[in-house]
Design a protein around this ligand. Sequence first.
Ligand code: SF4
Length: 256
Amino acid sequence: MLFSEIVYGLIHSRRLGASLGMNLMPTNGKLCTFDCIYCECGFNQPFAHPVLPTRAEVREALECKLQQLQTEQVTPDVITFSGNGEPTLHPEFEGIIEDTCRLRDLLCPSAKVSVLTNSTQLGREDVMRALRHCDNRILKLDSAITTTMRAIDQPVNKQLTVETIIGYLQQFDGDFTLQTCFLRGTLPDGSAVDNTTPDELDAWYKSVRELRPKQIMIYVIDRTTPVKTLEKISREQMEQIAAPLQAEGMDVIISA
Ligand code: SF4
């Protein structure tokens, strides 16, 4: 499923409410530093020269949409950067976030500005500044064990480790939402993948307790996935996964 516009929706998000989506990536294929086996946008497109919208085009598209919604007396709960890949890859991401917050203040001040990111670009100062400027940073950690993270997320940088990602997340001192997709199944090479085993959960709980995010979103696959041999985790098991953290007073949202 690809988004054909810079601004899309409103869509009712399982996790976010009435969401106005922002797509900074190409409209003709996914561009991401991960290639998650469950990605709803499919696999990465091998772009030679990906065409991204300019900062001015994004600003104009958002202003036009927010004015239209204002006329219709519709207010989004959230303006969400997600779309066809990793939004922080856009070279003008910081400026686009500044423009978005300014337009939000003018045209729909109650809406939050949120970014769904795979966390891989958090070593860049401009991305960190932009994410700190937003209301919500929703940061991915699908496994706290590197081999499993690589199996599920298929990072383009084959050297990427969980320790690097966790180091990036620590920079926010807990002022972020952690997102984890739980799944099990088999990869195209026939090997098993499962981030719900006792060892996986032990490692994940340990990382969550160290990071202390203000909120944790755990979710299951919901739509068609590029790897077809994946299994949806049951609501009951998701509640069991959340329970120990909820018992410690953490805010855990389950989408299952
Ligand atoms: S990080 Fe997000 S956009 Fe990138 S491959 Fe994974 S699910 Fe898709």
